[in-house]
Design a protein around this ligand. Structure first.
Ligand code: DSN
Length: 439
């Protein structure tokens, strides 16, 4: 920080304050994490200076000898981590990655199925305010009202009657496992592509704590910065061959008359279809993160994320807090505030938790009776606190603090007491010990 401290003290101060916030608080947003210093260093490297449109050994600019080495390592490591036949590491983030898959496989107006946002899906899974719902025809599937779980038989019936060209499996607020094999069987029955968006659970998949979508799915998209603990970005992985080529793309041929592969459709949708130069500094950091995820210790990390989530869910329920689906089997927990007489008060609770040093996000619950801006849920997750070494006993302390705040979200004395307990706790689990900018 020496240079930025003197050249741009305002931004230096904002960075220092953010580090202090992360060190002193408990980060429970399930899509966030704390990367290693090695990942930070790769992101802050001279690769940020380079343009490298194209792919390794097929670039449009000179000076690519070291970018190629880095990108090939990133591809190889991701392939090993997820058992992928083909990997594209260039997508800038999760939404552009999903956009590239639509662009590669669907035509404007084509029908697809995705999980409704209020049932725990993502904007890019067909929300009417997103490109996916505006340009393509989305038929959403939902969790069941009673159980708040996905019913695969019902989804199958819906797919048979709707005949979508693609089905997206994946979640941002569904606290249970996804049955990728069952989704694939449905896709094969109705001749639909299967895209698994594993952004939230990629770290669990890589560490063996969640069933892997491969070898079942055609395509996997994932961000790299959530449970996978890499830099902010995304990758797309797919099978080489397009099993639906003759049905949907018979005209797409190579010069020698052979069918265009799925991997080629994906690559050309990313570049030159949607993106220009890849962010090489971020891709270098992806490679570093994939290397870390290949270490045996990452398996332990992934399993501890799930154990911590279960421990936190159990403690919250012991404190009388209602959870969507009454628990979790992944990294995330969705609190239903309605039985706590806080319908539509997610924002109030999120702000009160913020004041107590606990970062969460307000979220809709299935069949939300209020609004997305003032919803009735709070979403929590354990990837970041597991990174800093916290285990089951710490989950209990945090859950008790959350429960106290939910029971008295406007009581400043309660919030202050929880905050002091959180400060005491986080002091024992430093995130970046000795990081110079703390000085
Ligand atoms: N914004 C992410 C999340 O928080 O789940 C999804 O992209």
């Amino acid at each position: 920080m020496n240079d930025i401290n003197s050249s741009d003290p305002e931004i230096a101060e904002a960075i220092r304050n953010e580090l202090k916030r992360e060190e002193e608080g408990v980060e429970l947003i399930p899509s966030e994490n704390n990367v290693s210093k090695a990942v930070l260093q790769a992101m802050g490297s001279v690769f940020t200076n380079k343009y490298s449109e194209g792919y390794p050994k097929k670039r449009y600019y000179g000076g690519q000898e070291f970018v190629d080495v880095m990108e090939e390592i990133a591809i190889e490591r991701a392939g090993k981590l997820f058992g992928a036949e083909h990997v594209n590491v260039q997508p800038y983030s999760g939404s552009p990655a999903n956009q590239a898959v639509f662009f590669a496989l669907l035509n404007v107006g084509d029908k697809f199925m995705g999980l409704n946002l209020t049932s725990g899906g993502h904007l890019t899974h067909g929300s009417p305010v997103n490109f996916s719902g505006k340009i393509y025809k989305c038929v959403s599937y939902d969790v069941e009202k009673e159980t708040e779980l996905l019913d695969m038989d019902k989804i199958k019936k819906q797919a048979i009657s709707e005949k979508p060209k693609m089905i997206i499996s994946g979640l941002t607020a569904y606290p249970r496992k996804i049955e990728f094999k069952a989704f694939q069987e449905i896709c094969e029955e109705v001749d639909a592509y299967h895209m698994a968006d594993i952004s939230h659970i990629a770290g669990l998949v890589a560490g063996g704590a969640h069933e892997s979508p491969f070898p079942f799915t055609d395509i996997i998209t994932t961000t790299t910065h959530k449970s996978l603990r890499g830099p902010r970005g995304a990758i797309i992985m797919c099978k080489e061959e397009d099993r639906l080529h003759d049905k949907y793309h018979p005209e797409l041929k190579m010069k020698d008359g052979s069918a265009k592969k799925l991997s080629q459709l994906i690559d050309s949708a990313v570049f030159p279809g949607l993106q220009g130069g890849p962010h090489d500094h971020v891709n270098a950091a992806k490679a570093v993160a994939f290397g870390e995820a290949l270490e045996p210790s990452f398996k332990e990390y992934a399993n501890q994320i799930v154990k911590n989530a279960k421990a936190m869910a159990d403690s919250l329920m012991e404190e009388g807090i209602k959870l969507v689906t009454n628990g979790t089997d992944n990294h995330l927990i969705l609190i239903d505030l309605r039985p706590s007489r806080l319908t539509g008060q997610g924002k109030l609770v999120q702000n009160a938790l913020d004041e107590a040093g606990i970062t969460t996000n307000k979220n809709t619950v299935p069949y939300e009776p209020a609004s997305p801006f003032n919803p009735s849920g709070i979403r929590l997750g354990t990837p970041a606190i597991t990174t800093r070494g916290m285990k089951e006993s710490e989950m209990k302390v945090i859950a008790q603090g959350i429960a106290k705040v939910i029971k008295a979200p406007e009581d400043k004395a309660v919030i202050e007491k929880v905050h002091s307990d959180i400060l005491e706790l986080t002091k024992q689990f430093p995130l970046y010990p000795g990081m110079e900018i703390l000085k």
